[in-house]
Structure formats: structure tokens, C-alpha cells
Design a protein around this ligand. Structure first.
Ligand code: ADP
Length: 226
């Protein structure tokens, strides 16, 4: 079963959608409640949600603003973070595992690498892009920064109580660096999208299409040489 790669601007609502998708998949796979048993036709799959937060990766690893320009491409902390995410995905990816990868996933070469990894496991990969206006996403980050600043000197407590915020320079730079998924490329397809304003019905309709592409009759068989 596939790797579902979320992608979107910082603070655009990715984790919110990732959790909704996880709950949707759990319900579809009938593993949500201890009483329910998988239907006769549904094979038993394991479901995983991998995110920066779950791997304790700080938003600061994406911050290039403190680095001299000539060393930016070699930002070690971001490379280490990607290695940790890659390892976590590889550990669980298999034809019997569904992996929801919540994160920025903003570099096309990185999405390519993940799609290749899925193919190695003979399982499809799909991309779910979370669309959100830059202004809306910025407002979320600014609100988080203000809340953390409001906690006074003890930022540790604040960071635990609220999701971590990006520094303004880090956030701006990530928006600038964001490489939009392109459905014309193999690694970004099939591509699904949800926007901030999509209501429950629309969200479910997109999840249904995503399910159909990865597990339904429309699922493409993955061959290593494809
Ligand atoms: P990201 O994972 O991209 O950083 P989050 O999912 O943590 O973003 O969302 C940031 C904030 O915006 C959260 O407070 C969340 O409750 C809110 N939010 C996210 N998506 C929506 C939405 N579609 N409609 C309204 N509020 C949302």
C-alpha cells in the first residue's frame, strides 16, 4: 500500500489534513475501533503517520537565514532531518503498510527520491497538496509566534503547549523555496489537492478519490521498471 506524501507551505494546514486523512483511512480499513473487524474483502493493512513532530524535528532545521549563502545548499541540519524522515519511511514502507507522510516536502528532488523508494517496495506513491494562500498561512504562523512570545521567558512550556512556530525569516524563506508539485511528472502524480476552505464533504470526496487511486480498481500496478 502506498506512500501518501503531503506537501504545502509552512503552517498551511498540512498536519490538520494529515490527521483527517489518517482517521479516514483508519475508518476505511476498519481499524478505528476495537469492536470493528476488517471486512472480508479488505485486507489488513497497517497505518502510519510520520511527521516532523513525531520525529522531534524542530522547525529551526529549515532555517537558512543564519547560514552564509555559500553553505546553504549543504545545510546539515535539514539534511539530517531528511535522513531521519527517510529512515522512518523506509522502516515501515511495504505493500501492507499505508504511510501518511506529513511535512513540507517542498523539494521536488526529495519527492522524487520518496517516490522511487515506494517503487522499490512495489507500492504506489501519491501526493496530497495542501493549498492555502500565503497570507492565510502567514497569519497562522504569526499567531503562533505571538502566543509563544506571550508566554514570556519560559518558551519551553509554550512550545509544548502550542505547536512550534517558524521564525519569520525561516517562514519567508520556505515559502520562497517551495517547489509546487507538478502532476505532469511521475513522482508528483497522481496529485490530489485540498484547500483551506474545503469543507467536510469536499475533503471526503478528495479522500475517496485518493483511496480509489491507491487501493481501488483504478490502482495502477507498480512494476520496478515503470
Ligand atoms: P501545518 O501542519 O501546515 O503547519 P497545521 O495543520 O498545524 O499546519 O494548521 C495550522 C493551524 O491552522 C492550526 O491551528 C489548525 O487548527 C488551523 N487549520 C488548519 N487547516 C485549517 C482549515 N482548513 N480551516 C481552518 N483552520 C485550519
Amino acid at each position: 500500500m502506498p506512500l501518501i506524501i503531503l506537501s504545502g507551505l509552512p503552517t498551511s494546514g498540512k498536519s490538520t489534513r494529515a490527521k483527517q486523512l489518517y482517521d479516514y483511512l483508519a475508518e476505511r480499513l476498519a481499524i478505528g475501533s476495537p469492536q470493528s473487524t476488517p471486512s472480508a474483502t479488505a485486507p489488513t493493512y497497517r497505518l502510519h503517520l510520520i511527521s516532523d513532530d513525531a520525529l522531534s524535528i524542530s522547525r529551526a532545521v529549515y532555517d537558512l537565514s543564519a547560514l552564509p549563502a555559500h553553505t546553504r545548499s549543504a545545510n546539515a541540519s535539514e539534511k539530517d532531518a531528511r535522513a531521519a524522515i527517510y529512515g522512518a519511511v523506509k522502516r515501515v514502507l511495504s505493500p501492507r503498510d499505508i504511510v501518511v507522510l506529513d511535512g513540507l516536502n517542498y523539494i521536488k528532488g526529495w519527492r522524487y527520491q520518496l517516490a522511487c523508494e515506494a517503487k522499490n517496495f512495489r507500492t504506489p506513491s501519491v501526493v496530497l497538496q495542501i493549498g492555502c494562500s500565503v497570507d492565510q498561512a502567514r497569519a497562522v504562523n504569526e499567531e503562533r509566534l505571538q502566543r509563544l512570545a506571550g508566554d514570556g521567558a519560559d518558551k519551553t512550556d509554550g512550545a509544548e503547549a502550542y505547536p512550534e512556530a517558524y521564525s519569520v525569516a525561516n517562514w519567508d524563506n520556505l515559502v520562497f523555496r517551495y517547489e509546487e508539485p507538478n502532476p505532469m511528472t511521475r513522482w508528483d502524480s497522481p496529485l490530489f489537492a485540498l484547500t483551506w476552505d474545503d469543507d467536510e464533504a469536499q475533503t471526503r470526496a478528495v479522500f475517496d478519490k485518493l483511496w480509489e487511486a491507491m487501493a481501488g480498481e483504478g490502482r495502477k500496478e507498480v512494476r520496478p521498471n515503470q
